[in-house]
Design a protein around this ligand. Sequence first.
Ligand code: 13P
Ligand code: SF4
Length: 312
Amino acid sequence: MYPQTTNNKSLTDKILKLKKEKNAIILAHYYVNSEVQDIADYIGDSLGLSQMAGRTDAKIILFAGVQFMAETAAVISQEKIVLLPDPTAGCSLAESINASDIIEWRKFNKDGIVVSYVNTTADVKAETDICCTSANALDVINSIPKSKKILFTPDKNLGSYIKAKLNRDMDVWSGDCCVHEEFSKESVLNLMSDYPDAHFLIHPESSCSHDPDIYNNPKVHILSTTGMIKKAGEIEITKFVVVTEPGVIHQMKMVYPQKEFIPADPKNKCFQMRKVTLEKILFSLENECYKVEVNQITTKRARPSITKMLEL
Ligand code: 13P
Ligand code: SF4
């Protein structure tokens, strides 16, 4: 999608050779380490990665990301081999809700609609009516009639942001992303006084996103990671404070070398995404491990919630 640089040459060469021989594609999220982004065939946000997983002709999809992303790929591309280089790469959001939590909610809300962020397990997706990502959450909620009761899972910050923006009553699950929870209103207001001429690219998973003092500020843009990259190109502004995991700045700098991108907190990295290394990717391709498989029954029940989102 974006220009690539080369480093760590011998490892990179081996990966690229093996990738070709095995007809594999490497899909990477913006939060993985820069050298991993550099060898990816496609780098994207959660929505773009799901779309690409559904579109590719490759025999093997190697996911440079976390478990829920690889599971989503396994559900939509059942005939493919899906590999996760580090099988322990999880996500605090995905771990905050179980299928049984949704089943319990439905007992009291028989006609309710369950919308789940894509950062959920396949078991949760199997109980979900429609998935969303940070890129399309407002559109997904808008597609549901106002008369319907909604449960939004699992991110409380994204859910509260949608409620505030759309003035819509929804039950919101109380999960959070351990990275974005740290971006409080106070920390962002401090950065605004440190960088008065900058615009702020803020991820809706951030705990500050649903505060009107933040989202009504004309210098603030609340967007998914891909949305942030696009926005930086659409406006004349040359200085941006990036309120999300700092990995995304690697692509921002490559796409707009003339602009300045300041991480809100350079140390606030997603340690789960950062588990993916070049060494693990090579091992994964060589040994075709660690395979991410979802059983037939769950796949059949989870797929409609993802395809509905992709069709929207
Ligand atoms: P997006 O890539 O959809 O913006 O989501 C960020 C994230 O936290 C993924 O785990
Ligand atoms: Fe999960 Fe947050 Fe890491 Fe994304 S950044 S994988 S939401 S813990």
